[in-house]
Design a binder for this molecule. Sequence first.
Ligand code: FES
Length: 490
Amino acid sequence: MIYVDNAATTRPTQAVIDAMLPCYREVFGNPSSLHTPGQKAAEALQKAREAVAVCLGASPKEITFTSGGSEADNQALRTAAAIGKKNGKTHILSTAFEHHAVLHTLKALEKEGFTVELLPVSPEGLITAEEVEKAIREDTCLVSVMFAQNEIGTILPIKEIGEVCRRHGVLFHTDAVQAAGHIKIDVREQNIDLLSISAHKFHGPKGVGALYARSGIRLTTLIEGGAQERSKRGGTENLPAIVGMAKALTDATEHLDENAAKVTKLRERLIEGLSKIPHSALNGDRNTRLPGTVNFCFEGIEGESLLLLLDAAGICASSTTCARCHRSGKTLSPASANSICKGGFSVMALYTETVMDHFQHPRNVGSIDDADGVGEVGNAKCGDIMKLYLKIEGDVIADAKFETFGCGSAIASSSIATEMIKGKTIDEAMRLTNREVVDALGGLPAHKLHCSVLADESIKAAIRDYYDKHGIAYDPADFPAASCAHCHEE
Ligand code: FES
């Protein structure tokens, strides 16, 4: 298996696992306990803090351990907001392409009375320090700009933005979750006040991260409890994970240049190869990008379908949507070329064999020239469309064909639904529910249930069209509008 999804998560190295194991065996004490096992644990915790601090150019007391990057982002933003509020400053600047951990926290702060301004990014996925400076106001209390974009991998001018913020007396936070362990970070040299990292992005364990807060910044507590983390985060420290993170970051930092050179070569090979595919385009600036991140748009190709086919071919990647692809109406498939390894999980594990079978070998694809009824429905949220053609003889559905532009689940649902209605009476087809389609597929993941609704709705739309064309009276209540709660439940 080829795993190119390291932008989503990385596999912990053996060295990291080896560093963690003693914390489950010998060094199992609670770092807050005064007895010997507790003090051993406290020592390991301190060593980990020192190691993380060294890697970031910080001092140990400026490092607070968290449950990951999201918590670190939340705590950083809430800290800066609280300080701002105290000083009568409630304007926050950020960018439109931050991680949800930042964007959603900003939304919550907006509800609490803060004014949030999201700066647009260039088509290359960049923003300049000058643009940030222009947008800073008298009442700006915080600028939050990510170190490197998590999906397209572009690297932002952090040092310059930090310098602008210093000049204007504004706190500067950067979400460095995607950057840490991959490119150089030095909080002092780069004028950073608050910085978030997450271990699982650099071959450390999941569920652990850290927040750097420049000395003098009093952190707002998110988790009340004991006096852990200088009373800024209650709860017994996750020592094995913290030790694993320190080891992973130390190893990554020690081999930063060497790894970057190796991975950049792989990235360039991947870009070269993918660029040869017709209608493909690289997203984000060609050069100012993380060594291991490649994000491509394949016009006309639905992202998840591509992922499923890649997975079937033994390649694990990730997809998302971007403005560029939305303009052309379709999605893209990005990949991280950070490393290629054997093993890893499978996207196919999400889907039953029946779903995969109907997705990879869809039945009844196509159109019927002299169809008696045609129904076209779509989901406004995801943009997926299904068109169903029916041939009706008497009151029996003699043939059904479909054209679906959509995800793997939508294609599988269309395929199995056409199989289910062929040979059935109109009444029987009318009674088919999306739940029955899901059951016939052996289930769909919760976030994909709405895909089956397309099949259900297209059948009703095609039958209604048949009734209209043939002047057959019907009760409109039997044909609800072609949208439903499922379509919006994500
Ligand atoms: Fe919307 Fe499948 S993702 S129909």
